[in-house]
Design a protein. Structure first.
Length: 201
């Protein structure tokens, strides 16, 4: 499987980039649309099957975005209010991302065709996955990382979660089709603009 160039990570980057999960990285609610256990089949990489054979995959551009971020200095986090945190983590553990991991020498993984792959969950530095307000998710991220809210960029499909902007987080609303390369790069530009606007004259 060939890789695209992925998103451009040129210029100043946020110290933390946070993704919601449902309808942001994949196209369902994992607490209502799938029934565990979830497993891959055969040589599938970006696809898992639930108990009834229903499938779930990352949106098209998500694997490249996560892979590119993993090889940057950005702290990658997940923030989800799902009522099925164990299912969410299982999905992230089963879905594989083509490409190398920074710790490949210690723990190499390969698909059946010999291509290197990484469980998606290993590309996240932090996870705040539990019911409740996204405000609490971000307060926890701030407390655990020590990174200011102004250095955080958040992608989420629910407009109500825009409330995190009150903390100083840059919020990007995700439309139908999830996080795309274009939306991701636009989010970076929005964060940079916000950072510039906040600087004193």
């Amino acid at each position: 499987m060939g890789r695209s160039d992925g998103p451009k990570l040129e210029g100043k980057l946020p110290k933390v980039i946070v993704f919601d999960l449902d309808f942001t990285l994949w196209d369902c609610w994992c607490d209502t649309h799938v029934t565990p256990p979830l497993k891959r089949r055969g040589q599938d990489i970006n696809k898992v099957y639930d108990k009834h054979g229903e499938t779930l995959s990352f949106y098209r551009d998500v694997p490249d975005i996560l892979h590119k971020l993993h090889h940057s200095d950005v702290h990658v986090a997940a923030a989800s209010r799902t009522h099925a945190p164990k299912v969410a983590r299982q999905i992230l553990s089963e879905l594989l991302i083509p490409g190398s991991h920074r710790d490949d020498a210690k723990d190499p993984l390969k698909a059946k065709d010999g291509e290197k792959v990484v469980p998606a969950i290993r590309l996240f530095n932090s996870m705040e996955i539990y019911p409740g307000s996204k405000m609490e998710h971000f307060r926890q991220l701030n407390s655990k990382t020590g990174i200011p809210f102004e250095e955080m960029l958040f992608f989420d499909d629910e407009s109500r979660n825009r409330e995190v902007a009150k903390l100083g987080v840059t919020f990007i609303h995700v439309g139908h089709g999830g996080v795309t390369r274009q939306l991701f790069e636009s989010g970076l530009e929005a964060w940079r603009k916000g950072l510039s606007d906040r600087r004193p004259e």
